[in-house]
Design a protein around this ligand. Structure first.
Ligand code: TRP
Length: 336
């Protein structure tokens, strides 16, 4: 039988930090879209544990959250054969390229990073150099794999821009070393906001009642939505500027059920906020329960988890070494 010529798939790389359990916002905005990419692209997903230590981590907790995150990636349905799933710290080339790229990045460029300014204000007692140079490590993560596309949230746009600048600069000096990556922003996908401060993005590093975690129990989910900030005019309408809390609940509900916003608003018009909150609670529990069931199953199978991350590191390592060796040769190091 004649086969269609195999086109080389575009490569995707993304990273997620093992700092706390991912939130519903991470799931809706990022993780669930990853599953949709696995056939069309050549995908690598990295648990960015090296990035996590830019803020102080308790060792046992870091370990637990890292393995949990791997289990969650499997629980949302990512196939470990189709996707390379790995821990960043298992592929030493990340740290190595990080140093090299430090020498091709200017202090001035780093100083403009808004996330550094935010994070150093938040962690004033530990403004370490890693926190400052973190975008360089991230650039290395992407460039090592010659990724074409990088799915990230808008909070990472500036980091992706610097990655492109570094890649272009290195290519300018040494010829073609790196693929210059593009951001990949899913067409659909609501921006999920904090339940307590709905003008800010939902973040897993905020206080517990601000976000739904993927592993929250139905009771916790119900309680958090019940306490979610709304407003006092008792009208269900999608208007993020005037009614950020209600609009956030509406967009979560739409994102989870796939119902168009107009239809949803019409269906709920004249109803109370209590009803909206029960609907969004129900949709959330329904989405998360099967994921949690798979998560528990995977967490119970340590041998399987080990085989996934070992294979992942091996596959990632081969690709990473290829790029690192090429760069080192171009720079002028003596080959081993
Ligand atoms: N910096 C990203 C975040 O905090 C995580 C990350 C690390 C990443 N390395 C990456 C994302 C490479 C995309 C590509 O969300």
């Amino acid at each position: 039988m004649e086969q269609a010529p195999k086109e080389k798939k575009q490569r995707i790389l993304s990273g997620i930090q093992p700092s706390g359990t991912p939130s519903l916002g991470n799931y809706i905005g990022a993780m669930r879209n990853w599953k949709l990419l696995e056939d069309q692209y050549d995908c690598l997903y990295m648990i960015a544990d090296l990035h996590a230590i830019t803020v102080r981590q308790e060792p046992a907790k870091l370990r637990a959250q890292s393995i949990q995150l791997l289990a969650l990636l499997l629980a949302i349905g990512l196939d470990p054969e189709k996707n390379v799933l790995f821990f960043q710290s298992h592929v030493p080339q990340h740290a190595q390229i990080g140093w090299l790229l430090n020498c091709y990045t200017y202090m001035g460029e780093m100083s403009r990073m808004t996330q550094f300014k935010d994070k150093s204000a938040k962690h004033a007692d530990n403004i370490n150099c890693g926190l400052f140079t973190y975008p360089i490590l991230m650039a290395g993560d992407i460039l090592l794999y010659q990724a074409n596309l990088v799915p990230v949230g808008h909070d990472q746009t500036q980091h992706l821009e610097i990655c492109r600048d570094i890649a272009t600069r290195v290519n300018g000096v040494y010829g073609n070393v790196f693929t210059v990556p593009e951001g990949y922003y899913p067409k659909v996908g609501a921006r999920v906001m904090s339940l307590q401060e709905p003008t800010r993005k939902m973040s897993k590093s905020d206080p517990d009642d601000c976000f739904i975690s993927i592993l929250d129990t139905p009771d916790a989910i119900r309680r958090k939505y019940r306490r979610a900030v709304t407003d006092s005019d008792a009208e269900i309408r999608f208007d993020p500027a005037a009614k950020p809390g209600v609009s956030n609940l509406l967009s979560i509900l739409c994102a989870l059920t796939g119902e168009p916003m107009d239809a949803l608003v019409e269906r709920l018009s004249g109803k109370g906020y209590g009803e909206l909150k029960s609907a969004v609670t129900e949709a959330t529990v329904e989405t998360l329960s099967p994921i949690q069931a798979r998560f528990n199953q995977v967490m119970g199978d340590k041998a399987y988890l080990e085989s996934v991350y070992r294979t992942g590191a091996q596959r990632a390592g081969i690709l990473a070494e290829r790029t690192l060796a090429k760069l080192m040769k171009k720079i002028g190091f003596i080959a081993k």
